[in-house]
Design a protein around this ligand. Structure first.
Ligand code: BGC
Length: 362
């Protein structure tokens, strides 16, 4: 009896599936709808931007511009070989465009070359794919990001009456081309400022992991002493969070000026409470929407011009580069709140009530 029931259910499901298959087959049978599959391949999810902003903004814009398009989404969780597999799967699945934010900008060249061999255009998203043929690059002026961080830090220290001392420098992942650009921009502001970055050579945080930054900072505190440094250059909010946790655990209070990037909610709250000095806001909406618009254009066979190019070691890549913005206590309202990234209610949870009032946020 039971077996027969199961069989009946299975048969019914198979029939339903076959019917659905026929239906969708006849629906798309006309073709020419202008749709197609677009792969969005993001690098990790410990940094909140990817799942909270980049992905939903990209998907919504594709849906708006091309209801017949489908986004194949994958997140590599910081694993380059996983990203390679995800890209291969997307290509096998019929992706007509790859929008790729590489875990490893150099190793991702293999993905770009594979796509090229299949005639599939590649958009390098936020991070540059190096030494391989790619069609477009969409990002921010990343050297400028580093420069803004460095300048803000020096200005803050000068406001505090300091003109010299060590700045502990915590850079991003050694496999991310952006990390090198942030570093270059930061050095342009920090070198010859009177302050000195430590250690030498520069430290780059494996996989951008906050816990790696935290461990590194613990080592620096042990070496330099609790009062042995004037400030901390952290390349993004995740690494800033790690560094601040290490300083707090060592009993450093208040923590010296510390930089960041991404305008993560936790970082905005640390800025409100005074634990982090600044972050760099890179508006996710124009970046994700530019990528989506371009991907849809490519699916439809259009190749828009950009006006700018960036050399990725394999040639001049048509590029869109957006402008980053500094966020500190004084302009949270005029930047991330105004842009609708967060409401003041989201920022000013009960733990931040007093700090929010003092900062004029509530
Ligand atoms: C991005 C940053 C991000 C970092 C870690 C960089 O390439 O530009 O916004 O914080 O990667 O994912």
């Amino acid at each position: 009896m039971r077996k027969r029931d199961v069989l009946a259910v299975v048969t019914a499901s198979l029939l339903a599936l076959a019917a659905a298959g026929c239906e969708s087959g006849s629906d798309s049978g006309g073709g020419g709808s202008g749709g197609g599959k677009i792969a969005l391949l993001l690098p990790e999810s410990q940094t909140t931007r990817y799942e909270q902003h980049d992905r939903p903004l990209f998907e919504a814009k594709v849906k708006e511009l091309c209801p017949d398009c489908e986004v194949i989404y994958s997140n590599a969780q910081q694993d380059q070989s996983r990203q390679q597999q995800q890209a291969e799967a997307a290509l096998n699945n019929g992706a007509k465009v790859l929008v790729l934010d590489p875990v490893d900008g150099a190793a991702a060249g293999t993905i770009a070359s594979l796509a090229k061999s299949k005639g599939v255009p590649v958009i390098s998203y936020d991070r540059l794919i190096q030494n391989a043929p790619i069609d477009y690059y969409i990002s921010f002026d990343n050297e400028r990001v580093g420069q803004l961080q460095g300048e803000a830090l020096v200005n803050r220290l000068k406001e505090q009456g300091k003109t010299s001392g060590d700045i502990v420098m915590i850079n991003g992942s050694p496999t991310d081309n952006n990390a090198k650009q942030f570093n270059k921009g930061a050095h342009s502001a920090l070198d010859n400022s009177g302050f000195k970055t430590v250690p030498t050579p520069d430290y780059f945080t494996p996989e951008w992991k906050p816990e790696n930054a935290q461990k590194f900072m613990e080592g620096q505190i042990a070496q330099l002493g609790k009062d042995g440094f004037a400030g901390v250059y952290a390349a993004n909010d995740g690494t800033a969070g790690g560094a601040i946790a290490a300083m707090r655990a060592a009993g450093i209070d208040p923590v010296p000026p510390t930089t960041g990037q991404d305008a993560e909610l936790a970082a905005i709250q640390r800025i409100v409470s005074g634990d982090q000095y600044m972050t760099v806001y890179k508006a996710f909406k124009p970046e994700a929407e530019q990528a989506a618009t371009l991907a849809v254009d490519l699916v439809k066979g259009n190749k828009p011009s950009t006006g700018k190019t960036v050399d990725n070691g394999s040639g001049a890549v048509p590029s869109f580069l957006l402008e980053p913005v500094v966020v500190n206590q004084g302009n949270i309202k005029d930047t991330v709140v105004k842009d609708g990234l967060y409401t003041t209610q989201q920022i000013c949870t009960s733990a931040y009530t007093a700090a929010c009032q003092a900062a004029g946020l509530s």
